[in-house]
Design a protein around this ligand. Structure first.
Ligand code: WQD
Length: 325
């Protein structure tokens, strides 16, 4: 199939492109490189520079027959979405609607959407399944939730078939080392731990050690980016015959901040100094999700999301970067 991947130069998108090419799909990448990295654009994919708000770029994307769209292009910093909601409205909401209109105008009705655990808000029970109430606590989560509602309507009115994938904490890098471009200004735990290990930062903060968790630090369900990528290919297969669905992508297991630091010390051989600071606003103690639906409906299971693989594959890229510098 010929697949348009928006955000295909980004952290998750570049891994999705690898899997699509391995599954013998043709790939067009649309990316404005605002978060994406040029180094991560695969030479076997066709690259179109532009955003989902750029109608000229979209025209080029749909000039030839496209069979499906995988839409990852979005801003994703929960904190920033609270101080600059307009930026998130424009890109994540208007951009997606623009893309949906362009694709349905061109007769393309197959869509895989990059959604988020952020649609749920504070957990009412664990593990979180897809029936858990959705009540985002940041504007970023709202942008993802509102698009899921649009998808339902485009399904009813325009025959759109979609799979919405709610990712939990994406982490790790391609185990074969093919993705080398790092995210700029990462705000997530694993990249920060790696920056301390590689000497780019002197130390890090652990946001609170008085949560109701075994060691008092926050527990999250980390899912390897290559496991996320494989779910997108399986979602395309599902859409050949199935209905539209919304599924979690997670492992059902959780690691605490101190678990991550401890294991990273072992794997990197560096000390990773940290200090305990105040809790970060909006951080629940524990987020763990069930992926039973993805297992049953997509025949998907995570294979690389153990802590060792998550950290080893990430350290490989961060330590290589250190050598380049
Ligand atoms: C993980 C744990 C922190 C940094 C975010 C978004 C969410 C989703 C995924 C996209 C928490 C602790 C972190 C640090 C720390 N994004 N931590 N020191 O907050 O679970 O989720 O990314 O869909 O919307 O909010 O991930 O990696 O920031 O934090 O102690 O310097 O690490 O408190 O317990 P989070 P994270």
């Amino acid at each position: 199939m010929k697949i348009l991947v928006t955000g295909g130069a980004g952290y998750i998108g570049s891994h999705v492109v690898l899997d699509l090419l391995e599954a013998d799909h043709d790939v067009i990448i649309l990316d404005d490189l605002s978060l994406g990295v040029e180094l991560n654009i695969h030479s076997d994919a066709q690259f179109i520079f532009g955003s989902t708000l750029d109608n000229e770029a979209l025209k080029v994307c749909f000039r030839d027959q496209v069979d499906a769209v995988i839409h990852l292009a979005a801003f994703k910093a929960a904190g920033e979405s609270m101080t600059d909601p307009e930026k998130y409205s424009k890109n994540n909401i208007s951009g997606t609607i623009n893309l949906l209109n362009a694709m349905t105008d061109h007769g393309v009705h197959t869509f895989v959407f990059s959604s988020s655990a952020a649609v749920y808000g504070y957990p009412e029970y664990l593990p979180i399944d897809e029936d858990h109430p959705t009540d985002p606590i940041n504007y970023y989560g709202f942008t993802k939730l509102v698009i899921e509602s649009f998808l339902e309507w485009y399904g009813k009115l325009r025959g759109l078939k979609y799979v919405s994938l709610r990712y939990f904490n994406a982490a790790g890098y391609d185990p074969k080392g093919r993705i080398l471009g790092l995210e700029q200004n990462p705000a997530n735990l694993l990249p920060i731990v790696m920056e301390v290990a590689s000497g780019e930062r002197d130390k890090m903060e652990v946001f609170g050690d008085d949560y109701d968790t075994p060691d008092g630090t926050g527990v999250r369900d980390y899912i390897h980016v290559s496991d996320l990528a494989s779910a997108h290919v399986k979602a395309l297969d599902y859409l050949q015959s199935g209905d539209s669905i919304i599924v979690n992508l997670a492992t059902g297991e959780g690691y605490s901040v101190l678990d991550v630091i401890e294991k990273a010390r072992e794997i990197t051989g560096h000390s990773i100094p940290y200090e305990i600071t105040a809790r970060r606003e909006g951080d629940p103690a524990k987020l763990i999700a069930s992926s039973e639906s993805a297992g049953e409906l997509l025949d998907w299971e995570p294979k690389l999301s153990d802590l060792e693989s998550l950290l080893k594959t990430t350290w490989r890229v961060y330590s290589a970067k250190k050598e380049i510098n």
